[in-house]
Design a protein around this ligand. Structure first.
Ligand SMILES: Cc1cc2nc3c(=O)[nH]c(=O)nc-3n(C[C@H](O)[C@H](O)[C@H](O)COP(=O)(O)OP(=O)(O)OC[C@H]3O[C@@H](n4cnc5c(N)ncnc54)[C@H](O)[C@@H]3O)c2cc1C
Length: 421
């Protein structure tokens, strides 16, 4: 179910200073591949250290695609450490999620109501449109440093630099290359020979629209559930709601066009509550995204000399725990803190990996458990992992409340040696 890659990691023990200083690693120019949440957040953090950062993305334009994302206290805390004004803007434009409700699929009867105020944490739980998040992050960077229509096809590195080659025949040389190029990362593929993850057996469809209904009050996350199918609705703020259908499917067969994508979602939810059907019906077919969910990709190493990975490229995980983007913001903050604190690039990237891989591996395993909970909400983590897996980090097996505290109270003081916590 997980893909464990066989590479190596360094080890060290030290506390690092969390106040940003000018980078000590003498990086003048950094190239980031990918203008998703990982690339943009990392670029903002490095720019604040006075580093010249360029982002290259294969997209021809920034289009209002994507649906909604959940942001949790750990992700928001990391982002606030990078750029507090970004988090303030997100809070104004997104929606704070205060209640979580589970309803039956056909009649919409309430099964579970849970408060999610986030009072025990210093940041809330939020939902925001993916495009809105991208726009807010983008606005922090000089437009001239964002290069669209630049698909990375190869790189070469030596002791001093890395040369990037793009499909449009352009090339550039940087001091550090950061692969923030997502699930099918070209940087990861050339660095470690690791392709995209294998299919997990789950398919997803996502959309966003302006919609109001008495069953979907502001500040609420609502799930309509039936065995093997979950329809999640999130208030995204500003009258928008986002929806996602996650369901088990034997094949990862993709529909041929936008019309077929929407029709499939409608068909899968036939006979569900009228609200569910109306929402899909009203969604513009051109913005519905259909994607297979991959198995978590667990790499024991993210860096090689002047190249490293962040976000989905480093630790892809499925959507079931809502941690893809949140752990990505943790990466961005830790990587920039390490580059700021250590004079030697190899040392900085070693600390970054050491600090992040242990935590993201735990979150990746726990995401698998969250998927299993969709079928059996009463299943215990220890029982689940002991039955179906080999060696799993003990932290992934702990009870729900203890795990939530560990996840959401992520400590930005960064003890490098986790045994010293
Ligand atoms: C268009 C889009 C919409 C999304 N919408 C949602 C959503 O609605 N809800 C949700 O929960 N998650 C969504 N996601 C996924 C979510 O953003 C990520 O899982 C998570 O935030 C991690 O972000 P990331 O920056 O690591 O990867 P991504 O967000 O996947 O970003 C990777 C970026 O790298 C670029 N790229 C890839 N290969 C190359 C290459 N060879 N050269 C140059 N550029 C390259 C891609 O164009 C993309 O912009 C979306 C992702 C994308 C790309």
């Amino acid at each position: 179910m997980t893909e464990l890659m066989n590479l190596n990691t360094p080890s060290e023990s030290e506390q690092i200073d969390t106040n940003f200083k000018n980078s000590q690693t003498c990086l003048k120019k950094v190239g980031i591949i990918g203008a998703g949440p990982a690339g943009l957040a990392t670029a903002i953090a490095l720019k604040k250290q006075g580093i010249e950062v360029h982002i290259y993305d294969q997209a021809r334009e920034f289009k209002p695609i994507g649906a909604g994302l959940t942001l949790s206290p750990n992700g928001l805390r990391s982002l606030a450490a990078i750029a507090p004004d970004v988090v303030e803007q997100l809070k104004r434009q997104g929606s704070q999620i205060k209640q979580f409700k589970v309803r039956t699929s056909k009649r919409g009867w309430t099964l579970i109501t849970q408060s999610m105020t986030g009072d025990e944490y210093d940041q809330p739980f939020m939902a925001v449109r993916w495009f809105c998040l991208q726009e807010i992050l983008r606005s922090q960077l000089p437009p001239d440093n964002l290069h669209l229509n630049h698909r990375l096809i190869a790189f070469e590195q030596n002791h001093q630099s890395v040369t990037l080659r793009f499909e449009n025949d352009e090339a550039t040389t940087v001091d550090l290359l950061i692969g923030a190029d997502g699930i099918r990362s070209a940087v990861r593929k050339q660095l470690f020979g690791v392709e995209k993850p294998t299919y997990s057996g789950w398919m997803t469809w996502r959309g966003v629209l302006k919609y109001q209904h008495r069953l979907l009050p502001p500040h609420q996350a609502t799930v309509f559930a039936n065995r093997g199918k979950i329809f999640l609705l999130l208030d995204n703020g500003d009258g928008h709601i986002s929806w996602s259908l996650e369901m088990l499917s034997e094949t990862s067969h993709r529909s041929k066009n936008a019309k077929e994508v929407k029709e499939r979602a409608i068909q899968e939810l036939a006979k569900w509550h009228p609200v569910v059907q109306e929402i899909i019906d009203l969604t513009d077919a051109n913005i519905v995204v259909e994607r297979p969910v991959g198995n978590p990709l667990i790499l024991p190493k993210w860096s090689n000399n002047r190249i490293t990975l962040v976000g989905d490229a480093a630790h892809y995980m499925g959507p079931h725990l809502g941690q893809g983007t949140n752990t990505t913001f943790e990466d961005a903050w830790v990587l920039s803190a390490c580059l700021s604190n250590y004079g030697n690039l190899e040392e900085a990237l070693g600390y970054y990996e050491k600090n992040r891989i242990e935590r993201t591996t735990i979150v990746q395993y726990r995401t698998l458990f969250s998927a299993a909970q969709m079928f059996n909400p009463f299943i215990r983590p220890k029982r689940f992992f002991n039955r179906s897996f080999g060696i799993v980090p003990e932290q992934a097996k702990i009870g729900q409340k203890a795990f939530s505290d560990w996840l959401y109270q992520y400590n930005l003081s960064l003890p490098i040696n986790h045994h010293e916590k």
